[in-house]
Design a protein. Structure first.
Length: 93
C-alpha cells in the first residue's frame, strides 16, 4: 500500500523554495533545491531515521524523516540555518 502525502508547509527560505509533506503515519518528505554538492546521508538511530538523497548544486533534492525531530535533522543536513529549521518546524507542531 502506498503512502498518501499531504503538503503541510510551503515557503521560501535562504533563496530556496521548500515543500514539506506528511504521510498518514507521521513520516515527512522535504523537497527543495540543493545549494551545495552533497553526497547524501542515510542513518537510523533507534526510532530516528533520516535520508537525504545525493545531489549537486541547483539540483532538486528529496529527504525523508520519520518524526518531527528527524525532520529537524534532515533540514540541517540540507544546509538550512538553525533559524530556518526552527521557523519551519514551529508551524508543524
Amino acid at each position: 500500500m502506498s503512502a498518501t502525502w499531504k503538503t503541510v508547509y510551503e515557503g521560501q527560505h535562504e533563496g530556496r523554495s521548500i515543500t514539506v509533506r506528511e504521510s498518514g503515519d507521521g513520516t515527512y518528505k522535504v523537497l527543495t533545491k540543493q545549494n551545495v554538492h552533497d553526497e547524501g546521508i542515510a542513518y537510523q538511530d533507534g526510532k530516528t531515521f533520516v535520508h537525504v538523497s545525493p545531489s549537486s548544486v541547483g539540483e532538486q533534492v528529496e529527504s525523508e524523516a520519520n518524526s518531527l525531530e528527524s525532520l529537524e535533522e534532515a533540514l540541517k543536513e540540507l544546509h538550512f540555518s538553525a533559524d530556518t529549521v526552527t521557523s519551519i518546524c514551529a508551524g508543524l507542531h
